[in-house]
Design a protein. Structure first.
Ligand code: SF4
Length: 355
């Protein structure tokens, strides 16, 4: 088997940008690369400079998460001139029925034209064409490992990733779980300080929900106002088994995008059996995101049908703290009043019945 000349070196150093799919797949990547005896360097959490630099290199129409990714790549490369590779996976399809957004399909190609970029370490996920294990073997080959070593690393990574998902389904927040992964700590839920009186489902791509710089620490704003938050990562697995058929009476359409399908599946659950588990829904979307703006309209209609309060917030690099806080506060207040009113009405109905 052909191997690269890295076998003679001590440890290969690979930079991982803390952006985009980092918020979804980092535990898997970390385990996989560490099992392959690779040293990982992570870019710092997003900050103003990273955003500014990303915006400078991204063309105008691009969504903010991809511009931020550019910023992270450039920061990593500048701070670590000794990097052997930069890890830029190409996510095409993780299931046979749906694709990732086209921005992910072309990511390695657009990153390699940025200035001063080292070699790209690719990891292509496209189960429509080949199993993920094949990509693990290719990755292992690139860093000088045998096929068996790569397959073992892949199995370990998948095992760890399953454990990580079980932890999220127990109720852990993604940010807490990622901190444990980074520090190599066991998965343990934090002690709950207080319980909010209302509960929201927060929807959106992981990079919008868990990058606290770009979303202006949105979840903290909700928690400060006594709101409990769940995200789709916390929901049970069975919700994501059945596809969502949009407009079944008019011939039926299936969702083309992987993540948008998951959002629609969770919405369908809360429209039916999970209706009483939440008091409202907030959808954080990026400016210029085609897939999200399509489903946002559908969600809004569904929420009207079941009477669940819904708020859509569009974020970009110019989003301001004060405007966001005002919108969140008034939404929370409206939901709280609605809940109180419903409770009063239901108590009245009960007392009339018992007369
Ligand atoms: S799904 Fe939307 S936000 Fe995400 S990369 Fe694609 S266009 Fe950007």
């Amino acid at each position: 088997m052909e191997t690269s000349d890295h076998t003679s070196k001590q440890k290969i150093k690979v930079g991982i940008p803390r952006a985009l799919h980092y918020y979804r797949y980092f535990p898997f990547w970390k385990k996989l690369l560490e099992e392959l005896d690779v040293e990982i360097v992570l870019s710092p959490p997003t900050n103003k400079k990273i955003v500014e630099e990303g915006v400078t290199h991204g063309f105008g129409e691009l969504c903010i998460p991809v511009k931020i990714y550019y910023g992270h790549v450039l920061k990593l490369v500048r701070d670590n001139p000794d990097l052997d590779y930069i890890f830029v996976p190409r996510y095409v399809a993780e299931v046979k029925e749906a694709y990732f957004c086209p921005k992910f399909l072309s990511l390695p190609d657009v990153i390699k034209i940025l200035p001063g970029i080292p070699k790209i370490l690719n990891f292509e996920v496209n189960v429509k064409e080949f199993p993920i294990a094949t990509s693990a073997i290719e990755l292992g080959k690139e860093v000088g490992r045998t096929q068996n070593q790569a397959l073992n690393a892949y199995r370990e990574a998948q095992k760890y990733f399953d454990e990580y998902h079980r932890f999220l389904r127990e109720g852990a927040s993604v940010n807490h779980a990622l901190r444990l992964v980074q520090r190599n700590l066991p998965f343990k839920l934090p002690k709950k300080k207080s319980k909010g009186d209302i509960r929201f489902l927060l929807l959106g791509h992981a990079y919008n929900l868990f990058d606290t710089f770009i979303n202006l620490d949105f979840q903290k704003k909700l928690k400060d106002q006594g709101v409990d938050v769940i995200t789709i990562e916390n929901l049970p697995e069975f919700i994501f088994k059945e596809p969502v058929i949009v407009n079944p009476r008019g011939g039926g359409l299936r969702n083309y995008w992987k993540h948008e399908e998951e959002i629609m599946q969770s919405i369908r659950y809360f429209m039916r059996e999970g209706r009483d588990e939440i008091d409202g829904v907030i959808f954080l979307i990026s400016f210029a995101c085609g897939p999200d703006s399509l489903i946002s309209e559908l969600i809004m209609r569904d929420m009207k049908v079941v009477g669940l309060p819904f708020l859509e917030i569009t974020m970009d690099e110019h989003s301001g703290e004060a405007g966001l806080l005002t919108r969140v506060e008034s939404f929370v207040e409206m939901v709280r009043r609605k809940k109180k009113k419903l409770m009063l009405e239901s108590n009245k109905a009960k007392s009339v019945k018992s007369l």
